[in-house]
Design a protein around this ligand. Sequence first.
Ligand SMILES: O=C(COP(=O)(O)O)[C@@H](O)[C@H](O)[C@H](O)COP(=O)(O)O
Ligand SMILES: [Mg+2]
Ligand SMILES: [Mg+2]
Ligand SMILES: [Mg+2]
Length: 375
Amino acid sequence: MAVGEKITISVIKADIGGWPGHSRVHPQLVETAEEVLSKAVEEGTIIDFYVATCGDDLQLIMTHKKGVDSPEVHGLAWKAFEEATKVAKELGLYGAGQDLLKDAFSGNVRGMGPGVAEMEITLRKSEPVVTFHMDKTEPGAFNLPIFRMFADPFNTAGLVIDPKMHMGFRFEVWDILEHKRVILNSPEELYDLLALIGAKSRYVIKRVYPKPGHPIPENEPVAVVSTEKLYEVAGEYVGKDDPVAIVRAQSGLPALGEVLEPFAFPHLVSGWMRGSHNGPIMPVPMHQANPTRFDGPPRVVALGWQISPEGKLVGPVDLFDDPAFDYTRQKALEITEYMRRHGPFEPHRLPLEEMEYTTLPGVLKRLTDRFEPIE
Ligand SMILES: O=C(COP(=O)(O)O)[C@@H](O)[C@H](O)[C@H](O)COP(=O)(O)O
Ligand SMILES: [Mg+2]
Ligand SMILES: [Mg+2]
Ligand SMILES: [Mg+2]
């Protein structure tokens, strides 16, 4: 493994039990996942790993040489989740095995419950990477920050003043209802891009690519987001699709501070209590990523890494563990208070079409027969 060689970074996550309720991950689950992944390092399946947590979600960050969608690496993640689920059951944790929606592993964890963000990249001389981990929200929560990192000159000064970034980036947007995708160029198609991704419950940014002429090959993602929909797999409400993302930084990409800057604004995201409410996303260090108030407010953790020439994960640096984000946290709490005062009313509660993916239809169904025509 050396600079110029391909390496894959995989972040695979699942909620396999909360402690208590849906608030955080018990340390024994982390230890169990670490044991499984340590063995895989010894056996050569992966190069390095770190087990992180955000709320009740267990997050496996791994480097390896097997490419994206590797059955071996996905199988390993599944095994780590299964082993940790056994411990969650022994401890009587809440919702043990919540996101493991299939009984037997069949080659890829996608479509089985866990969320996945992976990228195969050609290792640069120095490779700074940020992994983002969210709880109590959904993949569309990344639309605004990823857009701002790679397309908004008011966020990313490099788009204006760095010749390597001035041509902009390409955005791969998924229609997660119709299962279609489109690639849009920024800045040329900025308004088309915004027309889609502003509707964040349906159109989500899946990947960002450089344009031809950039030092990074045009087919290599520079950002990737997990977009799995639990509802589609389970056919019923089983919690939110708490997403993860991987973003590369520096040298012709947004600088570390430009990657973090969008999170200085605690924008409103869907999720929070019962996956049914709009609320602000609060950037926090990992030890504060334990949603409590009304099962929230939604959290985002940013872990900073340098990838060594051997493919090791040098880190993590808990990037929101910084007073520079205190103001944002305070603002998020003010918004939390304001939104909560609406109780069960929109726009705190999600609009009806989004409530379809919650437990509300079960309640509404009981009233169906009592409706009678007017006139
Ligand atoms: O959104 C939530 C959980 O989401 P998550 O597991 O983090 O995906 C919670 O607010 C739960 O929906 C809420 O605590 C009710 O949980 P149940 O009692 O139905 O399990
Ligand atoms: Mg949960
Ligand atoms: Mg969760
Ligand atoms: Mg969840």
